[in-house]
Design a protein around this ligand. Structure first.
Ligand SMILES: N[C@@H](CCC(=O)N[C@@H](CS)C(=O)NCC(=O)O)C(=O)O
Length: 200
């Protein structure tokens, strides 16, 4: 499998999942400004949405949408603990988190990465992000991970998007449970390896 990524973008989530699962993969860097892969391919020819992550299979087919790629990868492996078994209530709790992170948190960062939104949007979405993180912080009170004691793909996805707070200067330090969570996930070897690989 080939994972098309951009350093520190949301593609870091499936990248970490691949390392957690120990699945073989190749990383292909994409320049999102130029729409070019590091191999010189036009990225729009591969993904008309022009977005990472993109997972390409040996037979040439593709999968997009990071939250779905993460689910797909776990289901290819024997590590169901990262998502929970099909038809268990726990699985849908993880998926509810994945949906919340994708729809409410991930996209609330858009105004900070796309100039066309303008300054007013940044103010609005800083408030939105603070509200969401206040709620997330409460959920993490007394538990290590989003769904309790099990580390899952939702923890990986939340970690990846929440790293962007530093890039945009959003102060989250007063959310002490969230801060502890970020340190806990950031200490994992797979996470450190993925971040290092994307920086190289
Ligand atoms: N719905 C997509 C969104 C992916 C996305 O927002 N990717 C960003 C990087 S984090 C991107 O490629 N942005 C470039 C662009 O939209 O042109 C997903 O969840 O995978």
């Amino acid at each position: 499998m080939k994972l098309f990524y951009s350093p520190n973008a949301c593609s870091l989530a499936p990248h970490i999942v691949l390392r957690e699962l120990g699945l073989p993969f190749e990383l292909i860097k994409v320049d999102l400004q130029q729409h070019l892969t590091e191999l010189g391919e036009d990225f729009y020819q591969l993904n008309q949405k022009g977005q990472v992550p993109l997972l390409q299979f040996e037979n040439g087919s593709f999968l997009t949408e990071g939250a779905v790629i993460c689910q797909f990868l776990v289901d290819q492996s024997s590590r169901q603990d990262l998502l929970a078994e099909i038809n268990t209530f726990e699985r849908y709790q993880v998926l509810a988190w994945m949906n919340f992170i994708a729809a409410e948190i991930h996209k609330a960062y858009s105004p900070f990465f796309h100039e066309s939104y303008g300054e007013e949007s940044k103010t609005v979405f800083s408030t939105v992000l603070n509200k969401h993180y206040a709620w997330v912080d409460q959920q993490l009170d007394g538990q290590n991970y989003l769904t309790g004691s099990n580390f899952t793909i939702a923890d990986i996805y939340l970690f990846v998007v929440t790293r962007w707070a530093d890039f945009i200067g959003l102060e989250l330090g007063y959310f002490i449970h969230l801060t502890g969570f970020m340190q806990r996930i950031g200490n994992r070897q797979t996470v450190q390896d993925a971040i290092a690989a994307e920086a190289s």
